[in-house]
Design a protein around this ligand. Structure first.
Ligand code: ZN
Length: 444
């Protein structure tokens, strides 16, 4: 039986040109290799799963591939050197996981080995993964070697937490920042693999896999691999289940009900999500994410990246955003932020419900279809707000006319706003506005 090769290993890039989503780094390193300008030390910085270690190995292969007489950007993958590096058996390419080998003695041993000439290659390459975990003494020991690097030795330091790496080390390395890979690039890459592996998956599900990975290609590939075992066509519902994420349609329903102040429906949705085993703190973060999307749409009309990410969702976001003023979205985000600490406690479901109830009370302007939300006057501060609201509903009436009607309006239970809403609603159906008594009162 052939041993199973997981997708993320099978499709690991073999050359710099195959690196996904890191074009500038690939170009710069390729030019350095072609121009023979190899630095003694490189520092690869970036989130996990974005290709740092893969690039370090490609660099090692490129420097040592025996199919060429000098360093090459197209290592063959077949020669003894390439194969030894791929299987981690090369005598001249050493990889050290600093997270589990952080002591000074580990670095001393590596540095000592570096002082000998390469055994069978052009370069000795030393890859230090998670290098921020090294002890201070280990960094000091490394520093001496980086100050006076032996010839034909290349250090590649990889880290997800560059702020923990001493400046003295950083300043002696050529630094490359690996970025999170955008959803579009990941989706296109997954699409190519799905075709090659004959994985039957809908375009929506594929895009969801990419979104769920938050820019980490390895996570996306691992999830695709896991999904490929389902056997039937993979749809978005399976992705939500497998990834443990909260289904977007239900989140949008929740936001819809928050927007219309429908507290009962909000509680019902949260209850259902919790019963499905969704973590309340995840639901909380997802609501925050949607509010962020709404704020982006509200404040940057050309939010094309969002539009691309969301197909059906985009339509719903556009409809949702009509309910909200930018200031209301900011208030909602502040409110969520104020309960972030409680969300980490055991009673997180309770706090989520309390927060959602509070959110549903944030004053909102008119709904998209021009039907008033539960209590439109929540957002009114002055009579002019009531007039503006009425003018939106009855644009054929002038402001002067509306003011006259407002001044002539009788209150309901001593309040003028509910009477105004009632009168305007009636007028919308009758297409005319009748005067209801005469009195004066404050807006609320
Ligand atoms: Zn080779």
């Amino acid at each position: 039986m052939i041993p199973y090769n997981p997708i993320h290993l099978k499709y690991r890039p073999q050359t710099l040109a195959q690196l996904v989503g890191q074009d500038i780094i690939a170009t710069t390193l390729s030019n350095a290799i072609n121009g023979g300008k190899i630095a003694p030390a490189y520092l690869f910085v970036g989130p996990r799963g974005t290709g740092k270690t893969s690039t370090a190995r490609i660099l090692a292969k490129s420097l040592n591939c025996q199919s060429a007489n000098q360093a090459t950007t197209t290592p063959c993958g077949e020669c003894q050197s390439c194969r030894a590096i791929a299987s981690s058996h090369s005598l001249d390419v050493n990889e050290l996981d600093a997270a589990s080998n952080s002591g000074v003695e580990n670095i001393r041993e590596i540095v000592e080995r570096a002082s000998f000439a390469p055994v069978e290659s052009r370069y000795k390459v030393i890859i230090l993964d998670e290098c921020h975990s090294l002890s201070q003494a280990a960094f000091n020991s490394l520093l001496k070697t980086l100050e006076q690097p032996p010839s034909n030795v290349v250090f590649v330091l990889c880290t997800t937490e560059v702020h923990k790496v001493p400046l003295t080390i950083i300043s002696r390395c050529q630094r490359f920042d690996f970025r999170r890979i955008d959803t579009k690039t990941i989706t296109e890459h997954l699409q190519a693999i799905a075709v090659a592996e004959q994985i039957d998956i809908t375009p929506e599900a594929l895009q969801l896999v990419a979104q769920t990975s938050h820019g980490c290609l390895r996570d996306a590939l691992t999830l695709l691999d896991q999904l490929s075992n389902i056997g039937t066509q993979i749809a978005d519902v399976q992705v939500y289940l497998m990834a443990g994420t909260v289904p977007e349609p239900e989140l949008l329903d929740l936001l819809d009900n928050i927007s219309t102040g429908n507290v009962t429906a909000c509680c019902r949705i949260i209850q259902k999500l919790v019963e499905q085993g969704k973590d309340p703190s995840l639901v909380y973060l997802d609501i925050l994410r949607i509010l962020k999307d709404l704020l982006v749409i509200k404040t940057c009309p050309d939010a094309t990246e969002l539009e691309w990410q969301a197909t059906e969702k985009w339509e719903r976001l556009l409809s949702l955003v009509q309910h909200w003023k930018a200031i209301s979205i900011q208030d909602a985000i502040k409110l969520l932020n104020s309960s972030s600490r409680q969300m980490k406690q055991q009673s997180s479901q309770l706090w989520l419900e309390v927060t959602i109830l509070e959110l549903a009370k944030i004053p909102l302007p008119l709904a998209a279809n021009n039907k008033p939300t539960a209590d439109p006057w929540y957002s009114w501060e002055y009579p002019s707000d009531a007039i503006a609201w009425a003018h939106q509903l009855l644009p054929h009436l002038g402001y002067r006319e509306l003011w006259e009607k407002w001044n002539a309006l009788a209150t309901i239970n001593g309040k003028k706003a509910p009477a105004w809403v009632k009168a305007i609603e009636e007028a919308r159906f009758n297409k005319q506005l009748t005067t209801v008594g005469k009195t004066t009162s404050s807006v609320r």
